[in-house]
Ligand binder design. Structure first.
Ligand code: SF4
Length: 737
């Protein structure tokens, strides 16, 4: 039912942005997906689907304007030549088919883009090395060259030519990317710009490069496209950078005459989690303390992000004049159909972004397509042909028993029911969600519970529609006999995984001597969640895991007044650098006084103490000493550390005994009417929630295929030797000014 005449109408009221009209107030800001121009099908299908889902404008990710700005190994778009234009055109056409506007974000990163593929050096206001980890884990690695006035002219021409190529590709919007410390922001920002000529010093001089660039682009493209600039109005490092109350608002005022719309945010690239704030630290609309000042300084429309997934909050920021248009990256990934669902009043069907930043993590680590924890179809639109809202009807009337309602099982059951299969979803817990129910109780991770909530709501709706299907929670654990006698034609085992109770770990692939979670002083994370075992004053976390469990449990116990030490073989929460949770996690652990012992393994656990060692304590010299002899000296760095309680976060193992027993009794399947038994998610191999969800989704889509336990092939986009690929073949000609 359309929501016309309702308070939400403002969200569907068109607005002019210069020569173009945005049909509603939903604007997918530029965001990376790992498609770039390398994977044009992926780019087209992912962005086009959002246009189908009701977004008024959809932008590329950052789109490099010239080989001098090359961001590989992270995959981003490029608009260097006709070949790139060809690869971007299907995206534009797909977006236009659904009446939305297509935008191209012109990107020049300076030394924040490492130039690894073309081996180029970028230009900037001064020479500096990037504070961003251009190569993951390596901030300070890449430098630029200080531009003289000839090179400033050349750099501005790169922007102009890229804008013309964007226009000729069919884009409606050209966005000059100056947020995240990229491109023209390095000229405005005194943190980088310490020049003393007419491009440095005073505010007007520092703003000159950006203003001239906008003027030259406007002169070249006229009113063929809407001209936008993405601007960080506060870099968040006080008067060493750009502050909203100083240069930020002054720049908005100065540059407004050259623009059709502002796309604003806060922060820089080194800590861009201050913009794409993870839910662990930031709530919806977290940038508004800064953004709310913008409209004092401009009459041009303003778009800003804030992980807006709640229609009430969207209304609030528009009706109170904070912004005119709702910008979104992550909410548009989690639910490409959010605008249409709001229009139809289907609020409970919105697949809410949980703010985990796993999407970002894939781009940050480089070289792979992105994924989404909530939306298993994200990134799979082209290569697997998956649509988030459409499902192929069931191909048989074979019913399915799904054992386990965690991320994989609940998603598998949901998609099977969407397809029309009769499904029985059985779990020993009282609630859908599996271990997400535990994870969501960790400090700051409450919003991760939206993953469970979405599936719970949808499954309950689907069960009402299909009376044959059932959700049976709080059941006794099914045995192999129970499953064989159940009467289902197909069985999906989604029984999850557990943390090793004996300290199995990747450095020895063996237990840690003395690690035994049946003892009172040793706990697994599951036992922490159960809360039945007492936890002593001095907590020692033995950590061999790179993600959130160790820092989360450290926070939990430090906040409860315990003295917490983490002995960690790798960086604590190392993967959280990719999810942008890293810097604030380390600040938080520091604030709470958590003692971190890095490069530290554990060789023995005894009541009241653990034996620790430096993982590099075996010496740097290697020598062949004969069979049975280590090539290095014995590690002699062991020392004892006193503690009351030990928490083992060493590795996970699949709960696969039910699956293995059923496989061992394969000969009994046919006589019990069972066609096949599958194992999915963590029960097959432990993985992050996003990948477990994907696995459940995949099996439900492919359950009628030849070998459903194993992925069916997907379309690959690659250059094939011997097949003509002419555009871009002559870089000397095509990369010229
Ligand atoms: Fe949101 Fe997480 Fe999906 Fe990213 S991966 S869009 S943060 S739910």
């Amino acid at each position: 039912m359309a929501n016309t005449g309702s308070a939400y109408d403002i969200l569907f009221t068109p607005i002019k942005i210069g020569p173009k009209t945005l049909k509603n107030r939903f604007y997918q800001v530029p965001h990376c997906i790992g498609a770039g121009t390398n994977y044009p099908g992926f780019q087209m299908a992912h962005r086009g689907l959002k246009a189908e889902g009701g977004w008024g404008a959809i932008n590329t990710e950052q789109c490099s304007i010239h080989p001098e700005c090359d961001d590989s190994l992270r995959i981003t778009a490029r608009i260097w030549d006709e070949g790139d234009m060809r690869n971007l055109r299907p995206m534009v056409d797909h977006i236009h088919q659904h009446g939305a506007l297509a935008g191209c974000e012109l990107f020049y990163g300076g030394p924040h883009a490492p130039g690894l593929e073309p081996r180029t050096i970028s230009r900037g206001p001064n020479q500096y090395n990037s504070d961003f980890a251009t190569v993951p884990g390596c901030p300070g690695f890449t430098y630029n060259h200080m531009a003289d006035e000839d090179e400033i002219d050349r750099l501005q021409l790169h922007y102009v030519n890229a804008a013309l190529r964007a226009r000729d590709t069919g884009y409606d919007i050209v966005d000059v990317y100056g947020a995240h410390a990229y491109g023209p922001m390095q000229w405005l920002n005194p943190y980088y710009n310490t020049r003393t000529d007419k491009y440095g010093g005073s505010f007007e001089n520092r703003a000159r490069f950006w203003i001239e660039t906008l003027e030259r682009i406007r002169k070249a493209v006229g009113n063929d496209v809407a001209l936008v600039t993405r601007c960080s109005i506060d870099t968040l490092y006080g008067d060493a950078g750009v502050e909203v109350g100083e240069d930020g608002l002054k720049f908005i005022e100065l540059a407004s005459p050259y623009l059709d719309m502002w796309n604003v945010n806060i922060g820089d690239i080194t800590e861009w989690g201050e913009d794409a704030g993870p839910s662990r630290f930031y709530r919806i609309g977290h940038q508004n303390e800064w953004i709310r000042h913008i409209k004092q300084a401009t009459k041009k429309p303003v778009v800003a992000v804030g992980r807006y997934y709640d229609p009430e909050k969207m209304l609030e920021v528009i009706n109170t004049g904070v912004v005119d248009i709702i910008g979104a990256a992550r909410p548009s990934i989690a639910d490409p159909f959010m605008p249409n669902k709001i229009k139809e009043g289907r609020f409970e069907d919105i697949r809410t972004c949980i703010g985990c930043n796993v999407c970002i993590s894939r781009w940050e680590m480089g070289g792979v397509p992105f994924i989404c924890t909530q939306n298993a179809t994200a990134g799979e639109e082209y290569r697997r042909g998956w649509h988030p809202e459409k499902f192929e009807p069931a191909k048989s009337d074979k019913d399915v028993l799904v054992v386990g309602a965690g991320p994989a099982g609940s998603e598998c059951a949901r998609v099977l029911m969407e397809r029309g299969y009769t499904v029985h979803l059985v779990d020993a817990r009282d609630k859908i969600g599996g271990y997400v129910n535990d994870v969501a109780t960790l400090p700051g991770l409450g919003e991760w519970g939206y993953h469970r909530d979405y599936r719970e709501i949808q499954l309950n709706k689907l069960v009402k529609k299909n009376k044959q299907s059932q959700i049976a929670l709080g059941q006794k654990r099914l045995t192999a006999d129970d499953v064989l006698n159940y009467g289902a034609a197909r069985v999906v085992i989604a029984t999850g995984a557990h943390w090793s109770p004996i300290g199995l770990n990747h450095r020895t692939q063996k237990p840690i001597p003395g690690a035994d979670a049946s003892l009172p002083h040793v706990l697994t994370p599951e036992q922490v969640f159960e809360g039945k075992k007492p936890v002593g004053k001095r907590v020692m976390i033995i950590n061999y895991d790179p993600y959130y469990m160790a820092p989360s449990l450290a926070e939990k116990f430090a906040r409860a007044g315990h003295e917490v030490t983490i002995a960690s073989v790798g960086g604590v929460g190392a993967y959280m650098e990719y999810t942008l949770e890293g810097p604030n996690t380390h600040r938080m652990l520091h604030e709470l006084g958590v003692n971190i012992l890095g490069e530290t393994g554990c060789s023995r656990i005894e009541p009241g103490r653990v034996e620790l060692f430096n993982i590099y304590g075996e010496g740097s010299k290697r020598q062949y000493k004969g069979s049975g002899q280590l090539p290095r000296k014995e590690n002699d760095s062991q020392h004892w550390h006193e503690c009351d309680t030990v928490i083992l976060i060493t590795s996970r193992r699949s709960n696969d005994s039910l699956f293995r027993e059923l496989k061992a009794r394969k000969s009994e399947w046919a006589s019990n009417g069972i066609d096949n038994v599958f194992v999915i998610g963590d029960a097959e191999a432990p993985r992050i929630i996003a990948d477990a969800t994907f696995d459940g989704h995949r099996l439900a889509r492919e359950i009628e295929d030849e070998s459903p336990q194993h992925q069916k092939p997907f379309k690959r986009e690659q250059k094939v030797w011997g097949v003509a690929y002419n555009p871009g073949e002559n870089p000397e000609l095509e990369w010229r000014l």
